[in-house]
Design a protein around this ligand. Structure first.
Ligand SMILES: Cc1cc2nc3c(=O)[nH]c(=O)nc-3n(C[C@H](O)[C@H](O)[C@H](O)COP(=O)(O)OP(=O)(O)OC[C@H]3O[C@@H](n4cnc5c(N)ncnc54)[C@H](O)[C@@H]3O)c2cc1C
Length: 389
């Protein structure tokens, strides 16, 4: 019979991981529940990641010869979900997108240099793909890399480089071959964030998170810090996103916010009447349960895909399902809670901890980030249904 649940062993792993996470997290490490993934951006949060590494929780699905545990990727998924559910910093772009790209595409020297540091949470990364004129259409990026001796000289601007203000390394794409078709002329580089030619300026999101614009002025990068073949970055990045998009959009935060709202719905009164007695409250509770289940199954379908093409399409569907359910949840919960829900999350009288007004704003980032939902629909149409570009 088909089984849509995790095995006993997998459930036990998540429980054990959850207990370990709760034990090592000092006060202030967890973020308040919202849709945004948290970063390891403070000394306590960095220490949390190191302790997570010490507990053997980083690189679960990496091959053993690279220091990983050689476990099924489902365990990475479960860890990501538990971290997100508890509001902790994510296990990082390092073990996911960047580590896995280095495992597949990096040189032996790069693997020896970076993989142990990633596994021990000694370094963090910023990702520099987006630019002022290249977001959805990443193939149009302009940041220039010109051949110079045994390396490349980089000049230009990136935008929305989250983590760039505290990360040690920058994983960025630059145009190395302007004469080639646009998707074939881009190369992946790893650059030290403390390079004197790099300037990082803050950009604040509407819900108070920091991302950054980054300027590169004559930044020389040796060939030893080029990932894979020059000109192939676009394909490496797409390949990594296919398998890692579910790490960027875990179900945990939506599950947590849903539980907080349902707790309110079950216990609150409005004008002396229990909210739970209202027909519309029951309808909304049913809708939330159904939405969560659809998202859960959609996430599992990404995990179950071993064909990259299928994984890509399901990842896109998953991202749309999560973000659209998140938006509907935030909108409808706010409407039911009424004006009090707009009180600040520091006000003890705010229903559902005052978390929903912020969540409604934060969910916009889920809709846009890592490729907007319109772009995900285009991917499904093109790669899944064979429609023209
Ligand atoms: C908080 C935050 C953090 C981020 N962090 C990072 C990061 O760390 N690193 C990084 O590289 N990037 C990051 N991004 C950038 C993110 O990936 C881009 O914002 C996203 O890809 C959209 O690009 P854009 O902002 O240039 O919008 P645009 O591409 O200009 O799109 C604007 C609108 O037009 C729509 N649109 C565009 N093209 C099409 C099309 N062909 N068909 C239909 N609709 C279309 C889009 O869906 C969108 O609604 C971050 C963004 C945010 C908001």
């Amino acid at each position: 019979m088909m089984d849509f649940d995790f095995s006993e062993e997998e459930h036990a792993f998540r429980k054990k991981a959850g207990e370990y996470i709760a034990k090592i997290a000092k006060p202030g490490v967890a973020y308040k529940p919202t849709f945004n993934s948290g970063y390891a951006d403070t000394p306590d949060r960095k220490q949390f990641m190191k302790d997570l590494a010490k507990g053997g929780y980083l690189g679960l699905s990496w091959p053993e010869e690279y220091g990983g545990k050689g476990m099924d990727p489902v365990y990475d998924y479960l860890l990501t979900e538990e971290l997100a559910y508890q509001g902790m910093p994510g296990s990082g772009k390092g073990v996911g997108i960047i580590g896995k790209t280095l495992l597949r595409r990096g040189s032996k020297e790069q693997q020896e240099r970076f993989l142990p540091q990633i596994l021990n949470a000694e370094i963090d990364w910023a990702i520099g793909y987006s630019e002022p004129d290249a977001g959805s259409d990443l193939g149009s990026l302009k940041l220039k890399a010109v051949r110079d001796g045994d390396g490349w000289r980089l000049n230009g601007q990136k935008r929305f480089s989250s983590s760039a203000h505290f990360a040690e390394w920058y994983f960025l794409m630059a145009r190395t071959h302007p004469d080639r078709p646009k998707h074939k002329g881009i190369t992946l580089f790893m650059v030290e964030m403390d390079h004197p030619g790099i300037q990082v300026n803050p950009m604040w999101t509407i819900d108070g998170h920091r991302t950054n614009e980054v300027f590169l002025d004559d930044v020389w990068v040796p060939d030893s810090q080029v990932v894979g073949e020059p000109g192939q970055a676009f394909y490496y990045v797409a390949e990594a996103l296919d398998f890692e998009r579910h790490v960027l959009f875990p179900l945990g935060p939506i599950q947590r916010l849903s539980e907080i709202f349902l707790e309110w719905l079950n216990t609150a009164t409005i004008d002396g009447e229990p909210v739970r007695d209202r027909p519309e409250a029951k309808r909304l509770a049913g809708k939330i349960a159904r939405g969560l289940e659809v998202c859960r199954l959609q996430g599992l379908s990404v995990l179950a895909a071993d064909d990259p093409k299928v994984a890509t399409i399901r990842s896109s569907m998953n991202k749309i399902a999560m973000s659209e359910f998140g938006r509907a949840l935030a909108d409808e919960a706010l409407e039911m809670m009424g004006p009090g829900a707009w009180l600040s999350d520091s006000d003890p009288d705010a229903p559902a901890g005052g978390l929903y007004a912020r969540a409604q704003i934060a969910v916009v980032i889920w809709i846009i980030g890592a490729g907007s939902n319109e772009i995900q629909r285009n991917i499904i149409a093109r790669r899944g249904l064979g429609l023209p570009v």
